[in-house]
Design a protein around this ligand. Sequence first.
Ligand code: PBG
Length: 327
Amino acid sequence: MEPLTRRPRRLRRTAAIRRLVSETRLSTADLIAPLFVAEGLDAPNAISSLPGYFQHSLDSLVDEISLLATNGVSAVMLFGLPSKKDALGSEASSEEGILQVAIRRVKQEFGDDVVVMADLCLDEFTDHGHCGVLDGLGNVDNDATLVRYQEMARAQAAAGVDFVGPSGMMDGQVAAIREALDDAGNIDVGILAYSVKYVSGLYGPFRDAVNVEIAGGGDRKSYQQDVANRREALVEVQLDVEQGADIVMVKPAVTYLDIIADVAHVVDVPVAAYQVSGEYSMIMAAAERGWIDGDAVALEQLTAIKRAGADMILTYFASALAPMLNG
Ligand code: PBG
């Protein structure tokens, strides 16, 4: 038999060779840890549908961020759980609202060593659980919501946030927030826009984590993207970049690798991807049963998200995997 000229296995023969030719490298610098902080807690509260994850008190939040930073993860995305909710989500923009208190505390402890991002959305704060305020018919009122988002942006910026993360999928949200930030002199506060966000069944554990239930069994189909659509993701991204998004995000991640690849091809800003709560919990649940090796699958999926084109990943695996990754 003639010898083969191309033998791809030559590049897989030893660990050192494989390392040399690896096209995708995952590092702790790529990771952003989503973290939940609840008003009025004295101790962390385990979230049963997100195994290994907690609603934090202010003190345990600081401890968790210290640990993350020690292990090389220096970016966090904060989600706040208020003790009072109302129709307008008033606590989302009040100076003493839990998110603002947490941002101030984290900035005070870590200064510029940690990149502090915060979710900018109303669902955790409204009694009806929608991402915006409602009109007389009970529908989410896009433009009235933008005014609330501007108030949230100003409050988070005043507390010292580095990046706001608008996740409500209102049209024009990036432009509205950019204007509010600039008018208040916060020209250096960035926007990590959840540009592409699909209506997904994979947000279930998150809603437990933040105690959100949509009133009347409602859903977010009128503002989040239809799972069936691919091209419209590019429209969303283009609009957000034009409106001033500094970083664009695709969410969920693993189920939408085609979208991450499309977006990474067309934009000239960094691309983030969010491996969401359901994507985390499915791995944890199967691993608990001994059906898969959880760490291996988590690393495989994070590598796939980067290989698809993401520059950074929001993941609930950040703290567990950081010790296994390079800096
Ligand atoms: C909205 C928001 C959601 C998530 C992040 N920001 C929930 C939703 O849109 O219903 C979900 C994240 C996850 O599932 O991990 N504030």
